[in-house]
Design a protein around this ligand. Sequence first.
Ligand SMILES: NC(=O)c1ccc[n+]([C@@H]2O[C@H](COP(=O)([O-])OP(=O)(O)OC[C@H]3O[C@@H](n4cnc5c(N)ncnc54)[C@H](OP(=O)(O)O)[C@@H]3O)[C@@H](O)[C@H]2O)c1
Length: 336
Amino acid sequence: MKAYHLNGQAGVGGLVLADVSTPEPASGEVRIRVEAASLNYRDLMILDRVGQGGLNGRIPLSDGAGVVDAIGSDVVQWNVGDRVAASFFRDWVSGPFRASYVPSALGGNTADGMLGEYVVLPAIALVAVPAHLTSVEAATLPCAGVTAWHGLIARGGMGKGDTLLVQGTGGVALFGLQFATALGARAIVISSSDEKLARAKALGGSILINYRDTPDWDAALMKATDGEGASHILELGGPGTYDRSLRSVASGGKIVQIGVLTGFGPKPDLARLQWENADIIGVTVGSVEHFTAMNRFLTDKAIHPIVDRVYGFDQAREAFAYLRTGAHFGKIVVKL
Ligand SMILES: NC(=O)c1ccc[n+]([C@@H]2O[C@H](COP(=O)([O-])OP(=O)(O)OC[C@H]3O[C@@H](n4cnc5c(N)ncnc54)[C@H](OP(=O)(O)O)[C@@H]3O)[C@@H](O)[C@H]2O)c1
C-alpha cells in the first residue's frame, strides 16, 4: 500500500509518500480501507517537531474514516463493508481519562495514523460513521469534533439558554458553534477576519467580534452580553487569550481549556474564578464513548461538519501548507 511517512525532517519536506506492506488484522483487530483523513493543528505541530526525533517513520494524522476491508478472528461488532472512523486515543474506550492512554494517540510518537491506504486497529477503537455523512465529512470528527463534544457537552453540560464563546473559525471552534446552534445556545465568535465572521453568522453566531480590530474583545463581549459574559468558553488560544477568557466568563461559567494556538503554558490570574464561582475543564480529545454519543447527536440534528477544502492523496503536502496559512474556515481533508 501507499502511505505517507514522517522522515525525520521538520516541515512539509519531511512528509514522504512510500510503498509499505499492507497490514494484516490479528485477533480482535479490523483493517480499514481509508477513504479520507483530516488535518488538525496538532498535525502541524507534529510535522514541525519531527526533526527533534521520535517520529521517524510514523504515519501522520489522527483523523480518518473509511470502510472495513478485513477482520481478524474474534471480531463480532463489525463486518466487511461497514463504514467506520477511528477514535483519537486507540485505547480510551470509556470512563475517565488515564495517562496510560497517551501512547495510543493515533498519528503521534508511538501509534501510526490515517494518512495511508489501509490501517489496522482494534475493533473496540472504532465507531460507526453516521449514515448522513460522507467519508470526507466523517474524517473531520475524531479530534476536533470529539474535543468540542467532550468539553462543552459531556463535561460542560451546555444547553439551551447558555452562551458559548469560540475563538477563531478553525475545526474545534466551528464544531462548538454548530453544537451551540443545535442546542439553542447563543454563540459568540471572535475571528481575525470579517469575511469569516459573516460565514460564522450564517452558522448561528450572533455576537461577532474581529479580534484584530478589537484587541480588547473581552470588553466588547461583556458589553454585548450586558455584563453577563459567556457561560461556556472554548479556550483555544492559550497564553495569548487566557486572561481575556477569564475576564469573559459568566458567573457559574466554565472555561474549557483546550488550545495552544498562541503557545503553551498560560500563566493566568485565576482570582476571578473564585468570585464568579466559575470552573476550568481541562480536555484532551475524548473516548470512543464520547465519539459515539456525539455521533448520535449529529444524526439527530442532521449536522454536517464544515469542510473548507479537500485535497487529493498526492496533495497532502499542499494540505499541510494550507493549514499553516490559517486561511481555512473549518476543516481540511485529504481524500484517498
Ligand atoms: N486539548 C485537546 O485535546 C485538543 C484537541 C483539538 C485541538 N486542540 C488545540 O485547539 C486549538 C485549535 O485546534 P484546531 O485544530 O481547531 O485549529 P485550526 O483548525 O488550525 O484553527 C486555527 C484558527 O484559530 C484561530 N486563531 C488563531 N490564533 C488565534 C487567537 N490568538 N485568538 C483567536 N483565534 C485564533 C484562527 O481563526 P480566524 O482566522 O477565524 O481568526 C485560525 O484559523 C489548537 O491549539 C489545537 O492544538 C487541543
